[in-house]
Design a protein around this ligand. Sequence first.
Ligand SMILES: C[S@@+](CC[C@H](N)C(=O)[O-])C[C@H]1O[C@@H](n2cnc3c(N)ncnc32)[C@H](O)[C@@H]1O
Length: 264
Amino acid sequence: MDYSGDLASIQQQLAACQDMDDRREIVMQALDAQPGDRVLEVGCGHGLLLQQVANAVGGTGLAHGVDLSADQVDAASRLCADLPQVQVSTGDVVDLDLDDASFDSTVSTQVLEYVGDVDTALEELARVTSPGGRFVNVATNWSALFWAGGDEALTERILAAWDLHCPHPNLPVALPNLLQRAGFEGVEQTPVTIVNRRFVPELFGWGVSRLMVAFAEGSGAIDAAEGAAWISSLGEADIQDRHFLSSVPILTVATRGISSRFRY
Ligand SMILES: C[S@@+](CC[C@H](N)C(=O)[O-])C[C@H]1O[C@@H](n2cnc3c(N)ncnc32)[C@H](O)[C@@H]1O
């Protein structure tokens, strides 16, 4: 899924909702960035987390964002324009143009599931993270998404299509083993549960439904009328107080090992 053009705009609206605000707070706590730290965010999107990281590391630190999409990089650069400790560049997590051990910590939220060669991505993250440094990740087990209230047949088709929107739709399952293989230690996982009784613009379901429809239409799983009908059925469910969505993104925290094969 290419987060450029309209998809970048829809993703940016989703990232700005209340549920994602709450999640950024949890990610910031896990990251525990201190003044003067050098922090890398891969897949920084339009920079809302990067901005918070920059405020935490202050003028003596560095908040470096990398994203594959030039549209996301442009948006992040604009958002963080008044923060000199921010650097943003276009790049691919599997081939980072960054020095070994150049960051105190690294972070990615809803990014690694889009990377086909996730082993190489994790090796790159291990390479650029200082020994003893922290890595924080959020990814979702999309198969555990539960969505009730909308048109059932369309919900089933759209969620089935969404399972194909990235190469690793249930990345948290494999991530601990993959991290250990890449040279990380002390992996811990905790849920960052989202529950939406409402279907309103402030909440996750509203934004992700737009992304899902865009993907399902683009892949030919549904047509535009079906996409509109599904969104409308979710709106009806909200009015009739029978909308329910639960999703369980997983926060994974690990430490860059000192004795890994990436010794230098
Ligand atoms: C779902 S968005 C998440 C954006 C942001 N982290 C957030 O939580 O709002 C995924 C982002 O990862 C970026 N991305 C996908 N594959 C990437 C790769 N191989 N290297 C760097 N960025 C990548 C996309 O361009 C997109 O901005």
